[in-house]
Ligand binder design. Structure first.
Ligand code: C2E
Ligand code: MG
Ligand code: MG
Ligand code: MG
Length: 292
């Protein structure tokens, strides 16, 4: 039982391994319960065009409101669930909820909205993924161009040939692809030209200190230049200050995501967010400033 749960490379049982397995089994049970009890929700973080502050769309970020433990951040449970069938089930729930929320966005007049969905390796290599997405497209009558699938370099290296095939098949029906946390994984450059990637997201760890740390700044600027030269779109995540925004905009970064504009917006606050912050598809404050 312990072996099947991911400890097979260990020949000597290590106390940490028991802890990890026990934690995962406990977590799997809790996730199943949490799905039934509707403790999960999606927070949507806006992505804006750097140049004119047009709302490009949102990244969907999973939230778990645990009755006893409060809000549990995704980094605390997704990595533990990574090889579990519950990650697939939870991923299906996320995708369905993203379709529901996207339908509402479109209804609210955000006709070009694009929602980015994070997929873990297990989800991406699930043989039913493409059927499930097609089913959602039919059920909600939303074309795939409204969705971007975010993969990390880690996801891609786990089975690169299979990943490329899956990417092409989903790309053919209209989904676009973003490489998330770019620069934190391995040998991404060699894969970039083989994969139908549309967007590169520069990891927030480079953005945080970009104006203080010379090498972070250089990494960002050369990544932007490379991505643009490849004809792809570049997103900076983790943008927290106006100074970062200006520097990225001046250096041709396409899309900005970060606390400077907005933290991820809880589902329940989305209507209010859109009516207060967005006007005709643009960030309102900018439109006001330009008009005066
Ligand atoms: P990610 O996909 O790289 O998402 C970006 C993370 O950066 C989010 O953390 C977001 O809240 C945070 N962030 C964005 N702008 C700023 C900023 O200006 N400052 C700071 N300090 N943080 C910022 P979050 O929501 O905690 O998600 C963490 C990770 O969990 C995500 O990283 C993603 O890898 C994973 N995740 C979240 N939702 C899902 C999901 O539905 N499925 C899967 N497979 N993974 C998910
Ligand atoms: Mg992401
Ligand atoms: Mg990221
Ligand atoms: Mg991440």
């Amino acid at each position: 039982e312990a072996k099947n749960n991911g400890g097979s490379q260990y020949h000597v049982y290590h106390p940490d391994m028991f802890k990890r397995v026990a934690k995962r089994v406990e977590l799997e049970g809790e996730v199943r319960q949490a799905l039934l009890k509707k403790q999960f929700s999606i927070a949507m973080q806006p992505q804006l065009a750097a140049k004119d502050k047009k709302l490009i769309g949102f990244e969907a970020l999973l939230r778990w409101e645990h009755p006893d433990r409060g809000m549990i951040p995704p980094d605390e449970f997704i990595p533990i669930l990574e090889n579990s069938e519950y990650m697939i089930e939870l991923g299906y729930w996320v995708m369905r909820r993203c379709f529901e929320l996207t339908a509402e966005f479109i209804e609210q007049g955000l006709v070009d909205v694009r929602v980015a969905i994070n997929l873990s390796a297990m989800q991406f290599l699930d043989p039913h993924l493409s059927d499930y997405l097609r089913q959602l497209m039919r059920r909600f009558n939303i074309p795939a161009k409204h969705f971007e699938l975010e993969l990390t370099e880690q996801t891609l290296v786990s089975d690169i040939d299979k990943a490329i095939n899956v990417m092409y098949s989903l790309k053919n029906i209209g989904f676009s692809f973003a490489i998330d946390d770019f620069g934190t994984g391995y040998s991404s450059l060699a894969y970039l030209k083989k994969m139908p990637v549309d967007v590169i997201k520069i990891d927030k760890s480079f953005v945080f200190g970009m104006l203080e740390n010379h090498s972070d700044y250089q990494i960002i600027m050369s990544t932007i230049a490379m991505v643009k030269n490849l004809g792809l779109i570049v997103v900076a995540e983790g943008v927290e200050s106006g100074a970062q925004l200006r520097s990225l905009t001046m250096n041709d970064c396409d899309i900005i995501q970060g606390y400077y504009f907005s933290k991820p917006v809880p589902e329940k606050e989305l209507n209010e967010f859109i009516s207060e912050k967005i006007l005709d598809g643009y960030w309102k404050t900018q439109v006001k400033k330009d008009a005066t």
